[in-house]
Design a protein around this ligand. Structure first.
Ligand code: PLP
Length: 438
């Protein structure tokens, strides 16, 4: 039996900080989703994190399933990362010159990743993807790219483009300030639809530089694609001299050390990384074969640079985190723990006849408030159900569980989520579902 209705947590200090922040930042935040526009109440200002826990400015404690939107696969404040970062920063914060730490992180990655031979470090996922697109265009001498409706690849101009009407259309900008001419170079098509891809390739023969897809689309719900579809994309791109870009900013080092490429057993042409790669510091990367990467400056004609690229403190955090991920059984344990957690919740929902589909892959999960069992495209998502997520989110906060403040966002389980804490979180989730469907 649930403990029934819970009172709302105190948000006095957070609300005060938010009022101040609104004087300084548009919407009071430095990234839009943080403003809690899609859920109840004002945003929580976070004071600190440790392991799987977060504490806000009002002293509320939460079990965190947002994990900074993915980077924190070891949880907050991991002692090995903290130690390596602290040691590194004692020697200075930035040099704008090569350091051994860059080699160390690159070696750690390249030695254990069959899908890339060389990489370039940047400072965010957006930058990684933007550079990958430029490389694809520079290499192929073509301008058009294909992206999928429901995939997010950061906020560079070419990718802030949404589907127009019709099966294959020029994209429409999804942000003011993106020139229409840019959107015209991005074709946006539905996921899981072979015909749309074939039509795009026949209508724009010889013009498509790249097809970009998230390793597993996880920014608009969790839209798991079939193996056959991914291999279809690999084949059709190859036949057309088009590069296949796997955006692994979420899936890289998350599904396994080799990310979605290994999950699907597919060799993309360019892979992009972010989040986990930097251990919580601002790091992104893009990688490919040595031959393809030779087109990047200073070796080749595709320009890309960064004052803080390969920053030593950020590299240190990445090295410490990725080293832990190499330990034997790491992913097996994490993925198993997550699957058990998700299955138990799914069983509970099914027993109560709640319209919940808890989608799960690896240590990523997503609550879809629907009885639909297969959700593969943006069009499959019931936007009306987001009202239920709002209630769910508030009830969870009231029970000490922190999920991202939007029903379109996925959750993450980290190695720091112990079975005991997952058990407690599960009970909070059961009670919150009871409230949602009351
Ligand atoms: N690509 C994917 C798949 C992402 O999930 C994100 C961010 O969530 C990005 C790119 C952009 O990364 P960043 O926010 O680090 O710029």
């Amino acid at each position: 039996a649930g403990s029934g209705k819970k009172g709302d947590i105190s948000r006095e200090k957070s609300a005060e900080l938010y009022e101040k922040a609104k004087q300084y930042f548009p919407g009071g935040v430095n990234s839009p989703v943080r403003a809690f526009k899609s859920v109840h109440g004002t945003p929580l200002f976070i004071e600190r994190g440790d392991g799987c826990f977060l504490w806000d400015a009002d002293g509320n404690q939460f079990t965190d399933f947002c994990c900074s939107w993915g980077p924190l696969i070891l949880g907050h404040n991991h002692p090995k990362i903290r130690e390596k970062v602290t040691k590194t920063l004692e020697k200075g914060l930035s040099f704008g010159a090569p350091t051994a730490l860059e080699n160390e992180l690159a070696e750690l990655i390249l030695k254990h990743n069959r899908y890339i031979e060389k990489l370039r470090f940047v400072s965010s996922g957006t930058e990684a993807v933007m550079s990958a697109i430029r490389l694809a265009r520079g290499y192929t001498g073509r301008d058009k790219i294909i992206k999928f409706d429901g995939c997010y690849h950061g906020h560079s101009d070419s990718l802030l483009v949404k589907a127009g009407s019709g099966l294959v259309t020029f994209g429409e900008t999804s942000s003011a300030g993106v020139p229409k001419a840019f959107a015209d170079e991005t074709l946006v098509i539905p996921l899981a639809d072979r015909e749309a891809v074939e039509t795009a390739f026949s209508e724009f023969k010889g013009q498509i530089a790249a097809v970009i897809i998230e390793g597993i689309p996880a920014n608009n719900g969790l839209l798991i694609q079939e193996h056959e579809y991914i291999h279809f994309l690999r084949n059709i791109t190859k036949e057309n001299g088009t590069l296949l870009i796997f955006d692994e900013v979420i899936t890289g080092f998350r599904l396994g050390f080799e990310g979605a490429a290994a999950h699907y057993d597919v060799q993309p042409d360019i892979l992009t990384y972010g989040k986990i790669i930097g251990g919580g510091m601002p790091v992104g990367a893009y990688g490919a074969s040595a031959a393809l990467m030779s087109h990047i400056s200073p070796d080749g004609g595709v320009y890309q640079a960064g004052t803080l690229s390969g920053n030593p403190v950020a590299m240190a955090a990445g090295i410490a985190q990725l080293t832990e991920l190499r330990s034997s059984g790491f992913y097996k344990n994490l993925n198993q723990k997550t699957a058990e957690f998700a299955e138990a919740i799914q069983r509970y929902a099914a027993a109560k006849n709640y319209k919940v589909n808890l989608v799960n892959v690896g240590s990523i999960f997503w609550f879809a408030f629907t009885s639909q069992t297969t959700i593969r495209t943006a069009g499959d998502i019931d936007h009306g159900s987001m009202e239920l997520y709002k209630v769910f989110h508030r009830e969870l906060l009231n029970r000490g569980v922190y999920l991202g403040p939007s029903g379109y966002e996925v959750g993450f389980v980290s190695a720091a989520h112990s079975k005991t804490e997952l058990e407690k979180a599960k009970r909070a989730i059961f009670e919150s579902l009871d409230e949602v469907f009351r």
